[in-house]
Design a binder for this molecule. Structure first.
Ligand SMILES: [Fe+2]
Length: 318
């Protein structure tokens, strides 16, 4: 644990890591995990002051292919320390959305991390970046998914096994990214355990961070300890361009019955797709879009630090 002069905190990038950044999976070292902001006491206070509607409390099953076992729960009136205790003993996953970029105590750390990434790659120009804080149990997992933004996962506490797979078939079907961009589905994607042999796999220890290419499918299995990590989601000119092509493919498929196969970002076809996306998004901006409820928001359990899994199912208590 160090005091909090921010200039003591930084990440260290090898030449190889700088070259791979955003193109191939890589890890770097950092010392942000030594900041007291990631202690139990500081995180408990954050849980209590962060807007409750920006915190997700979830659990999940043991089977890495069973995305449907992911579900939400209710923290009730438990204190921050009681909730962390439930995470330590149970099987829970807490996501404090935007905590790093919106909470004044965490914002300087967020700014320093973003500056590190820009320094590593001068061509990296974030248009928009957000970062939450994940606090999860020693046995928690996050199922295979593909994020629509560029991502970097900064690990602070505990040990988690991180795997990322190539952003190509069969691991990633770009139709799924297209569906996420159209809000037709969540970011979850089907998983086959046989793919693990093709994955970039690393055990993230405190003081490590991982980055991987845009849309690269990835999943996480915690190995030990209360896990605390900071996932950055970053929109860049490159991610916007690729997503605008996929979005246009989705419009062609949904509104014109055409089956697009091309995801290139250059050439005349790509230019027309970018214009199509611009037109459709402008129309949505002007006239709005029918809102669709996202799945899995129903709370099916109550957190309980004294229960073996850290929660009690609502069905069981009814
Ligand atoms: Fe992710």
């Amino acid at each position: 644990m160090r005091d909090t002069y921010m200039d003591q905190f930084r990440s260290t990038w090898s030449d190889e890591a700088k070259q791979k950044f955003r193109h191939q999976p890589l890890t770097v070292r950092h010392n942000y995990h030594e900041h007291h902001a990631f202690s139990d006491v500081a995180l408990a206070a954050l849980i209590e002051r962060h807007p409750r509607d920006m915190i997700d409390f979830c659990t999940m099953g043991d089977d890495a292919t069973d995305h449907d076992s992911w579900r939400a729960g209710d923290p009730g009136a438990l204190s921050g320390l009681e909730l962390i205790e439930a995470v330590r003993k149970g099987k829970l996953w807490i996501n404090l959305r935007h905590a790093m970029d919106q909470d004044p105590e965490y914002r300087p750390i967020y700014d320093a991390m973003l500056a590190d990434m820009k320094q590593a790659d001068p061509s990296f120009r974030p248009l928009n970046a957000e970062a939450g804080i994940l606090i999860s149990s020693p046995t928690a997992q996050v199922f295979l998914h593909s994020d629509v933004s560029e991502t970097m996962l900064w690990h602070m506490r505990g040990v988690k096994r991180f795997r990322t797979y190539p952003a190509t078939q069969p691991y990633l079907n770009t139709d799924d990214v297209e569906a996420v961009l159209h809000h037709d589905k969540t970011e979850d994607i089907p998983f086959d355990p046989a793919w693990d042999k093709d994955a970039f796999t690393v055990d993230l220890h405190p003081g490590m961070a991982a980055n991987w290419p845009l849309h690269g499918p990835h999943r996480i299995e915690n190995q030990s300890g209360v896990n605390v990590s900071v996932p950055f989601e970053i929109s860049t000119p490159q991610s916007r361009l690729q997503n605008s092509i996929l979005y246009a493919n989705g419009v062609l498929r949904r509104q014109f019955g055409y089956v697009p196969t091309e995801t290139r970002t250059d050439g005349l076809g790509a230019l027309m797709k970018r214009m199509l996306t611009y037109t459709v998004k402008l129309k949505i901006k002007l006239f709005g879009e029918a809102s669709r409820p996202m799945p899995k928001s129903e709370q099916t359990f109550d957190i309980d630090p004294n229960a073996p899994e850290g929660f009690v199912n609502r069905e069981a208590t009814a």
